[in-house]
Unconditional design. Sequence first.
Length: 373
Amino acid sequence: MSAVRYQRRPPLPDTGEVFSWIAEDLVEAGFEDPERRYHPTPDPPTEEEVRALLERALKARGEDPKEAEQLLERLLEEGFLKREGTTGTASGGLRLGPRGERLLGARYLDELLGARTLPGRAGLGRHPSPERAPGVEASGETRPYRPGEPLALDAVETLKRLLPRPLEALTEADLVQTLAEAGRAMATALLLDCSHSMILYEKDRFTPAKKVALALAHLIRTRFPGDRLKVFCFGDRAEEVPPGKLALLSVGPWHTNTAEALAKAYRFLARSPEPQKQAILITDGKPSALTLPDGSLYKNAWGLDERITAATLKEAARIRRLGASLHVFMLADQPELLDFVRRLVAAGRGRALLTDPDALGKHLLLDFLRGRD
């Protein structure tokens, strides 16, 4: 009787590699439903749609598409994807999980900057500041601990104050901080234009802008943990984008309500305790919509409407009065738009940069790394 031979089943690929197979499809909103594709915060992809992406990727690699179900479960279990809402049902939508956000952010940060342009160890997590503060790069100076600040304890000096009292007699007043040349935290409002013009004339300006947002979020989370970032997209209206949905943003057939985006940035920055504040605006078009006091929308796509322009400049000036800056990255070069951008950054005490979408990431991220005056 001949021996029965069993063929060992090949191991499933690494989950991170599997996620990378479908990452670009998710970021580019490559689903065929036009109602989803043209909405700035679209319904999340369903499990069926993501499974179909996995099946297609498996077929392209000569693998069994039946493995898609198991791979999808692994992506969910390991935090690359998560089910939307609290129901957790298979019929609901999906969004990026923490590991998926980190993987995409790290990928785009490496693509946009490259390892050589990232700050060295001594520069990580810092924005330039003349002040000394508790930190890890000791300056040789100390001072008493101030309640509420992060504790960087100088153990020797603290023990000197305590002796010869017993350890249980230690009080807050005995704590001594080691001072460092630490930078000041920054709050950043990133405003992404998601109006229809961002994909007109066979030029996708929106996907590069979205990748910049993902890279900036990763940069802040890993190298500037004391900073705060919120992302807002704006077309007819402006709305905050939750981190897990950032990769799924898309454009729509809308006008450009820059004033409402700046108003939301103002409210966020006004509430932020960080000593440095800034708004970064990425757009390719003129403001063409305005939210009126009664909540209705006033629109004018022809030329620069003075009513809309005045309201937009007013919101930029409010940001300036917070002590914050408004920086504009312009993806178009029409003369009338450039003149408006000059007025906008003058009102917002910031800078303007005319840039190609493909160069946007490097310009914006390097500008962020230089810190602010």
